[in-house]
Design a protein around this ligand. Structure first.
Ligand SMILES: Nc1ncnc2c1ncn2[C@@H]1O[C@H](COP(=O)(O)OP(=O)(O)OP(=O)(O)O)[C@@H](O)[C@H]1O
Length: 471
């Protein structure tokens, strides 16, 4: 493409250009020329000024004259190129300095312009460099988003970015990982991401809920049993440690593991061997173990509720999933994504309401509320509003204060659509039934665990199970 065919950046936002040159005449003329092109120009007359401006202005392009005071030694100019990492550097050289220009290119300069500068060429190179930089930035952002999507672990907060980076780093190793964090913060997602980015993503990922079963049942689940080893053992059953062979065994809520099982798990972790229930010969299986808990395992070790030796075996690397309260700016992002997954939008006032809530159940709770609200939308409605979200959250919209940032009119609307026996009532019952069934399933039938997941009391859950005929 020739300089004349490249359109100016007329419709694009101004680029931040750092012009590093000690000649006052060029600073003035070059600066004015670039400003006329619509760029924001910062001028630096020596290396120190250039570095300071680079840090403060964060330019998208650096135009660098290699010979600068105090030494005027081009070697110093060349050394500067590496300090402008991540930004295209266009080197300004004398006409006869081809060799210098080539060395600059070797050191990472993006292009060079011979002096005296041809204005057409300057316009062309600047436009192209800025465009390249912006495309690179966009690509980087897309890659980041893709990485996020690929892991299923959404969130832009720095703590989430570090978590994803840690997962990428730890996943290809075989080291055991302990995932700590409050309920509903994505510990299982982390375990799955470790597996999917690990060495054997096609091998099985096998989750085990350690709190949902008695010690005996858990032993039989994990290590399997032989036919006849107890009433009801009609055939040999392989343990989950064998099912997970070559893959990942995810020990969810490991803090709830009965003491009798802790010692057996320890032996498996230390020696890779285990004894099926009713068996007489040790078997072996190689798995990667990822364990998770919302409990304070260290405190449990101190109180003697969790074996110290097992704790150290499990915590090869510790990853922490943050509570939603620690990354509030992520709430709108997550809500928008969950709504999009259900094919609906969210109004901006509803976003404000979501952002003001506390979310003690973390991402699980936020997701459940958005999904429930999407299910409750009336025909013709395409956006979730605060009213339907509050309804889904089980919040009484009462007078103004109940709903952060919303007026009192909403309260009456809830009363009107919530007439018992109506469409809404049936939808709510169905929703309740679904959420409870899912929680019971995820908890392996353990009511206390399901109640915890749902954020209700165990007694409350038992009543609901009876009322909905789910017992
Ligand atoms: N960062 C996230 N991005 C997208 N979805 C998330 C995120 N964190 C959690 N979720 C969703 O929230 C729900 C709960 O996640 P998960 O089961 O991984 O949490 P957990 O910490 O293991 O919970 P618990 O301690 O109760 O077992 C899932 O539906 C999951 O997809």
């Amino acid at each position: 493409m020739s300089p004349s065919t490249l359109p100016a950046l007329a419709t694009e936002s101004p680029g931040r250009v750092l012009l590093v040159d000690d000649e006052p005449a060029f600073q003035r003329l070059g600066g004015a020329f670039l400003r006329n092109l619509g760029q924001e120009v910062t001028v630096a007359g020596d290396a120190d000024q250039a570095l300071e401006a680079f840090a403060t202005v964060r330019p998208e392009l650096v135009l660098l004259d290699l010979a600068m005071p105090p030494s005027m030694d081009p070697e110093q100019g060349l050394a500067l190129i590496a300090r402008f990492a991540g930004v295209p550097v266009v080197v300004l050289t004398g006409h006869a300095d081809h060799e210098l220009a080539l060395r600059a290119a070797d050191l990472g300069a993006w292009d060079f312009l011979p002096k005296p500068i041809d204005p057409d060429l300057l316009r062309f190179v600047v436009t192209r460099a800025l465009r390249k930089h912006r495309l690179d930035q966009e690509l980087q952002q897309l890659r980041q988003q893709q990485g996020e999507e690929a892991m299923g672990l959404l969130g832009q907060a720095p703590v989430m970015q570090s978590l994803r980076a840690m997962i990428r780093r730890v996943a290809p190793t075989q080291v055991n990982v302990l995932v700590l964090g409050p309920t509903g913060t994505g510990k299982e997602l982390v375990a799955r991401a470790l597996h999917e980015h690990g060495r054997q993503p096609t091998a099985p990922f096998v989750p085990v809920h350690c709190g949902a079963l008695s010690a005996e049942l858990l032993e039989s689940e994990l290590f399997g049993h032989l036919k006849g080893s107890f009433t009801g053992a009609y055939r040999d059953q392989p343990g989950l440690v064998e099912v997970a062979r070559g893959g990942t065994l995810f020990l969810d809520e490991v803090g709830e593991m009965p003491a009798a099982m802790q010692v057996k798990l320890l032996r498996f972790l230390q020696e890779g061997s285990f004894m099926p229930v009713g068996g007489r010969a040790l078997r072996t299986s190689e798995v990667r173990v990822v364990a998770a808990t919302h409990r304070d395992l260290e405190a449990m070790v101190r109180t003697g509720d969790f074996r110290e030796d097992l704790y150290y075996r499990l915590k090869g690397v510790v990853l922490r999933t943050p509570a939603l309260a620690e990354r509030r700016p992520d709430v709108p992002l997550l809500a928008a994504r969950f709504a999009q997954m259900r094919g609906v939008g969210i109004s901006s006032s509803a976003m404000a309401w979501l952002g003001a809530c506390d979310w003690p159940g973390n991402v699980r709770e936020l997701k459940a509320v958005v999904e429930a609200a999407a299910a409750l939308l009336l025909p013709g409605q395409s956006d979730l509003d605060a009213e339907v979200l509050a309804l889904a959250a089980g919040v009484d919209l009462g007078p103004a204060s109940a709903l952060p940032g919303h007026g009192s009119g909403a309260g009456s609307a809830v009363g009107a659509v919530g007439e018992p026996g109506g469409l809404l009532d049936a939808a709510l019952t169905e929703l309740e039934r679904r959420l409870i069934s899912e929680a019971m399933q995820a908890s392996g039938g353990n009511q206390s665990e399901a109640a915890r997941r749902l954020g209700v009391s165990r007694v409350g859950l038992i009543k609901k199970l009876g009322r909905l005929g789910l017992k």
